[in-house]
Design a protein around this ligand. Sequence first.
Ligand code: PLP
Length: 415
Amino acid sequence: MDCKKTDDAVWKAVDLEAARQERQIELIASENHASREVIASMGTVLTNKYAEGYPGRRYYGGCEHVDTVEELARKRAIELFGSERANAQPHSGTQANMGALMALCKPGDKVLGMTLDHGGHLSHGHPKNFSGVFYEFHGYGVEEGSERIDMDRVREKALEVRPQVLLAGASAYSRPLDFAAFAAIAKEVGAYLMVDMAHIAGLVAGGAHASPVPHADVVTMTTHKTLRGPRGGLIVCGADWIKQINSAIFPGGQGGPLMHVIAAKAVALREAASPEFGAYARQVVENAKTLADGLSERGLRIVSGGTDNHLMMVDVTAVGLTGADAEDALHRVDITVNKNLIPYDKQPPMKASGIRIGTAAVTTRGFGVPEMKRLATWIADVLAAPTDEAVAKRVGAEVVELTSTHRIYPETQSV
Ligand code: PLP
């Protein structure tokens, strides 16, 4: 590409990042490898276009072709998730959540969501996030023994708090969410039900997790995690909510939409509707279960005893480590994970007692059950001897041998 000659400083870093992604095993649960078609759609002239407003009602001229693109994205989201309406404009998951909360309630209103230290997300009430600044957030968590959400306890909390919005969805919870039960509680306490399915959107699309769409007033998501699209947000909802949602996204929280990213969302949503994507989603879950079983067999404790989705939380205190130590030790052998608080953690967030591991990205590059078994052995070996140079050297070499035979983008270097 010409830009490599004209802006070597940036492109050197892009090429290095491409090489890093090819070389390392990516186990960060919120990441994935988008298709080359999705990536190519973002590198288009659509980035030049201002299109404030919505298809057919824009504040700028010349929008006829970007209207086509946004209509395709909306239509494909509606078909994929079986909703009545969709808004494809949120720049991110956080902005999708901001739009949903602005539509569903007023500043100062009460929202009941999962606490951050038990697996919720920053945009579910962190004091420095817009959500915690503008709304009165209350929390439910997981139970101390089972480390699962107990819907009776959520109901008790909802009856006590009487929130305007009940929020279901998490960043670090490995068990299915019972959307029908959340809906029944919301109805009983007179709350709206908002579901943030950012992490599991691809599993829902592929039929590997129950859908919240029939139960929730508004469903938000990111398009870049298990859904395997471009970095961005998306909202699906019923016809009765779309006017408020559209106005909350634009002009409520954003200006011009990122039309090049919306094109990539349309491409990804079409991919996600394919039978191959359903097989992918099921493989992501099977891979997660295999990896969790392999790690438990080696004495690592999996929070709640296992997983039913694409991620697991691994308590590394049993092997005498903090999450930060484990993240560092695995990084040295080209396995990328993130440290994470586990429920009732005694460590501060920058140390944490756990690591979060997800299988969405490795499944995209073709890892299956045999690779998961090898991976479990490598992770356990490294965490059992985090400072042992011989172990690091052996595992590091095996990792690179495996990734070199499972390329993400076989034909090119950086895109
Ligand atoms: N909601 C949940 C549950 C998430 O896990 C995340 C991101 O990790 C988000 C929202 C926010 O997405 P973004 O980083 O695009 O703002």
